[in-house]
Design a protein around this ligand. Structure first.
Ligand SMILES: [Zn+2]
Length: 429
């Protein structure tokens, strides 16, 4: 009887040391898994001597084994909104998103899209995401059911919105509180699932609704919060009109009790100095969404500013504002946003921001994000010969940074050969 699952190949993950983030790379490595968890990873020569009697070794040749990607900001009901032509944020919401999201009052439709959405994440190598659902309670039920069936670690929440949207999509202060609460009781910490209180953004919530959202956080302290902040200049002007008594956009969330270490704010392109400072003081987290920001023409985020204030950040796809499920694309566009700001995005850091840093932002780094001993075995196998161009370019790589940069600039879902969730193969190309 075999006790362990053994996978040989090049292995990469990020680790944090006293001197910062470092790549852990074994060109010829062995990954040892027992059941659902990682026992250890290391050099093949050393580990195979200890473990080869424990099971047969699966050898992934010309492949890179790395942790599954973690997408810290995405909208599953926008699966079909992706790549909708020709508008900026507020027009895009009205013209495409609010129309599509109303279809999620139909559980059958919502369930179908939830399955397609999870299939798409997996084939792109994303094994965990924090997703907005629609404003209908059942859109969350069907999503969690679909994720549970696949054993995926997922975070999700019912969108709370009680104004400035079609009547069919709006909830109200009482029902949004009651529905969110019953969803938390039903799903939060059920297996690998957890809940995020999800006011869409300040313009579509009354002050009363945001106060109820904060009440949910107080009543359930280990639940997360997800929302949007400072994505677009028209949006910011609108928040100023709707919330004239607050100092700035972040101040609305902050004063009403929605800031803090479990709160993840999408975008943060146009943060003011006061907002950066206050986000840092409250240990609030940020999900940066380069593909979405470029697609909608929202603007260029300032990664270096966020980091200089010590704010924890991760990268995210923000589908359907983002036009790709691939975290390779997200890293590619993040690199270009940084170039337009006059600096580089180091490739190791890019992979950190889509794995371990994202796990930290979502508060799940005890469970996933890298290959530390006893973490859950969510990993992907990348085919380094996926395309002729990648195969040729890879021959010029002299170290792990070169290799990762090649993958993030030239890669997409064609790279993803196999995906493992809790130690079980969930996808083979
Ligand atoms: Zn979003």
């Amino acid at each position: 009887m075999t006790n362990h699952s053994l996978y040989r190949g090049s292995i990469f993950h990020c680790i944090e040391t006293s001197s910062g983030v470092e790549p852990a790379y074994h060109e010829d490595g062995l990954m040892v898994i027992k059941g659902e968890r990682i026992v250890e990873v290391g050099g093949y020569a050393e580990l195979s001597a200890r473990y080869s009697s424990e099971g047969s070794i699966v050898h992934f040749k010309d492949s890179l084994i790395m942790p599954g990607f973690i997408d810290s900001h995405i909208h599953y009901p926008q699966y079909k909104v992706i790549s909708s032509y020709g508008s900026s944020l507020l027009e895009w919401l009205n013209k495409y998103t609010f129309v599509e999201e109303q279809k999620f009052s139909d559980s059958e439709y919502a369930a179908k899209i939830a399955e397609l959405f999870l299939d798409e994440l997996i084939k792109n190598g994303t094994t965990t995401a924090m997703t907005f659902c629609a404003s209908y309670k059942q859109s969350v039920d069907v999503f969690f059911s679909a994720a549970e069936k696949r054993n995926m670690r997922m975070i999700a929440g019912k969108v709370m919105m009680d104004r400035n949207a079609p009547a069919g999509l709006c909830d109200d202060i009482d029902s949004s509180y009651a529905d969110s609460k019953s969803l938390i009781e039903k799903w939060h910490n059920k297996g690998r699932l957890s809940y995020a209180v999800t006011p869409r953004f300040a313009p579509t919530s009354t002050e009363g609704q945001l106060i109820q959202a904060a009440k949910l956080l107080t009543e359930h302290p280990d639940v997360l919060l997800q929302t949007h902040l400072n994505e677009n200049s028209e949006e910011i002007a609108w928040v100023k009109e709707l919330y004239p008594e607050f100092n700035n956009y972040f101040d609305v969330y902050d004063k009403l009790g929605l800031s803090g270490p479990s709160s993840v704010f999408g975008h943060c392109i146009y943060n003011t100095v006061d907002e950066y400072k206050r986000m840092a003081e409250t240990s609030s987290k940020v999900a940066l969404c380069p593909t979405s920001n470029l697609f909608l023409g929202s603007g260029l985020f300032a990664l270096n500013e966020l980091e200089s204030y010590g704010i924890d950040v991760a990268l995210a796809s923000d589908v359907g504002g983002g036009d790709s499920f691939s975290m390779f694309d997200v890293m590619n566009q993040a690199y270009k946003v940084c170039r337009l700001n006059g600096y580089n995005l180091d490739p190791v850091k890019a992979f950190y921001l889509t794995t371990l840093a994202a796990a930290k932002v979502l508060g799940v780094d005890d469970s996933i994000g890298n290959f530390e001993s006893n973490k859950e075995a969510d990993f992907i196998v990348l085919d380094l010969n996926a395309t002729e161009l990648i195969r040729q370019k890879m021959q010029t790589a002299t170290d792990i940074s070169d290799l990762l940069f090649c993958l993030m600039m030239l890669g997409d879902d064609r790279l993803v050969d196999e995906v493992y969730i809790l130690g079980q193969c969930a996808y083979k190309k």
